[in-house]
Design a binder for this molecule. Sequence first.
Ligand code: ATR
Length: 285
Amino acid sequence: MTARYGVIGWPIAHSRSPLIHNYWLEAAGLDGVYEAVAVPPDTDFRAKLEDLRAQGFAGVNVTIPHKEAAFAAVDTHDAAAARLGAVNTICLAEETISGHNTDGRGFIDSLAQVHDTTAKSASGGLAGPALVLGAGGAARAIIGALLGAGVGDIRVTNRTRARAESLVALADTPDRISVFDWAAREDAAQGATLLVNTTSLGMHGAPALEMGLDALAASAIVADIVYVPLETDLLARARAAGFTPVDGLGMLVHQAAHAFDLWFGQRPRFDTILRERLHRDLGEA
Ligand code: ATR
């Protein structure tokens, strides 16, 4: 029987995960299919997972707004999920439903892709300081991963300062994270080797991120997790100023690669064909 996989979210119609996973399934010659599963908020998530398992699903990804509900619904968690209280990948085995979080590792891998190809960013941006803009779920995952990667000076700023402060609680070593006022974000960028935008600013239909980049280290990587549009105003300005831009497809595809690895025991690559397909799908071919 063809194994079923999918992504659960609401709304979910525009998810690019089916494109990514079905490309890898086909390339690896595996007998599986990956589909988008629309699940409204306030659904009994455990019952939904059991229902999907009964329908032949062996694994699912979880996206907005269900990552916390997924955490509560699974039997076991990996360390990243436990740290974040959020699950983005689930294995639906017969005995156990296990929850994982691959978002942070996916982000680090998106930097490594640049690090492999750009001598200038030899540290892959991880020498620090690193400045993270925003304090939502994506920021939590990225800060957790930066802590895990050993970055010693992580700065975080968010329009609502209290949310940024709550992220400090994530760290076993809170002295490695400092919180800045949103209005002071350019000061916070002083000497940073990595700037990450996790806010919705710059997304299609949202205002652009207003922030000068002059204070960044000359070798800095500027990453945006927004991928509609693929080249945000922030990334265009970063590129023009000679920094290394990393677009939002990096984290999306690499978190997916880690999920695929959990299900199939092999880590697929973000190759040129996949990148071209995603660009075409996003209307940016
Ligand atoms: P996610 O969980 O996907 O990261 P989220 O929780 O909706 O998303 O977070 C969106 C981020 O964009 C938040 O950091 C939000 O700031 P607040 O915590 O103050 O809401 C930020 N954001 C959204 N609109 C913004 C704006 N106009 N100016 C500055 N920050 C904004």
